[in-house]
Design a protein around this ligand. Structure first.
Ligand code: DP6
Length: 353
């Protein structure tokens, strides 16, 4: 009997007999952190050492459909039409187990996910992926969570997904030290920003769309365990967050950019100091950083940020994004260059049947 075969009739439960499972689909966008999350203090609960802050994009959405299949004995998960296996599958199944435990419904599911962003290339595909999965799975399993609880749930799939539950700018709080239930205390929430005044855009230079050789999960734990700079990183990132909130409140794009760039370089510095070093940036990333510096010398507000991969995102005013994209294209052989603005939070899609 294969995993897809129904169990013999005599062993079926009431739920098994109700043929059709629930079916829901959701859409979520990636987010790019301007104050980064890099390091967990609890791997099982996905609790970060420091709070982080990001902008959710209006490009590269992930769409995910979850269908309950009470007759199946295993979850089936496909990404862009291909079955997932290994660690990526294990993470999705562990996440669905959590949803099953919380909802009290044991049914297995078929999950079909479509990413429009290169997967695993430091372009936040796990953020949009788990935010969409959390939203769709909750609807399919009949779990009614408010946005904060949904963000806490998405966090368990991938930390950065907690922020993609919300649109535009969001802060993800590290649980306060000594809090009796840190799981309850670590969630994302929107940061109010006057978008028409700040007028932010991110120019995304995909210098290498291939999946990263080391996952951010593995790399960040290795950094926590071995980098002698980790404590200094925590202290400087906490200070960056305070300044970032003030800069956003004041709609000061130059201050936002300056803090974001130094925070990203600090994150790469702490991982370069890990033993052995984790190095995601490539010569092409540094060429884009040089171009960004040149833009600033020419009076353009442009600031770079990089995640767990060589691709560079340049924060600038929307009105100048075309010029910035042109300079980046001229500087480096990018696979593609995209312009993104602030996008919406995760949402359920209409009838998916
Ligand atoms: C560099 O959220 O992918 O993009 O929680 O282990 O799934 P896990 O990590 P993930 O890490 C994102 C790291 C980052 C910075 C950020 O988005 O804040």
């Amino acid at each position: 009997m294969s995993a897809e075969d129904p169990p013999p009739a005599a062993h079926r439960t009431t739920e098994d007999r109700s043929d059709a499972g629930e079916d829901a689909a959701a859409l979520a966008y990636p987010n790019i952190a301007l104050v980064k999350y890099w390091g967990k203090r609890d791997e099982r609960l996905v609790l970060p050492w420091t709070s982080s802050l990001s902008m959710t994009l209006d490009t590269f959405p992930t769409t995910t459909r979850v269908r309950l299949t009470p007759r199946h004995r295993q979850d089936t998960v496909t990404l862009n039409g291909k079955p997932l296996d290994g660690e990526p599958l294990r993470r999705v199944v562990a996440f669905l187990d959590l949803v099953r435990e919380t909802s009290g419904r044991p049914a297995r599911a078929v999950v079909e996910s479509h990413n429009t962003v290169p997967t695993g290339a430091g372009l936040a595909s796990s953020a949009s992926g788990f935010a969409a999965l959390a939203t769709a799975a909750c609807a399919a399993y009949g779990l009614h969570l408010d946005a904060r609880a949904l963000s806490r749930l998405a966090r368990r799939g991938s930390g950065s997904a907690a922020r993609s539950v919300f649109g535009a700018f969001a802060v993800w709080h590290a649980a306060r030290t000594g809090h009796q239930d840190p799981d309850l205390d670590s969630f994302a929430e929107p940061v109010p920003v006057r978008l028409d005044v700040l007028d932010p855009a991110l120019v995304i230079a995909v210098v290498d769309p291939r999946p990263k050789p080391v996952s951010s999960r593995e790399a960040m734990q290795h950094t926590v365990n071995t980098s002698p700079l980790f404590r200094a990183w925590m202290a400087s990132s906490r200070a960056d967050l305070v300044e970032m909130r003030a800069a956003l409140h004041g709609c000061d794009l130059d201050a936002v950019g300056e803090i974001a760039e130094r925070n990203a370089l600090g994150m790469h510095a702490v991982m370069l100091a890990a033993r052995p070093a984790v190095r995601y940036l490539s010569p092409a990333s540094l060429t884009v950083l040089d171009a960004v510096l040149e833009l600033r010398r020419d009076g353009v507000s442009a600031w770079a940020t990089m995640d767990a991969g060589p691709n560079v995102k340049v924060l600038c005013h929307r009105a100048e994004a075309g010029r910035v994209a042109g300079v980046v294209r001229a500087a480096v052989t990018a696979d593609s260059v995209h312009v993104a603005g602030p996008g919406p939070g995760a949402r359920l899609l209409g009838d998916s049947s």
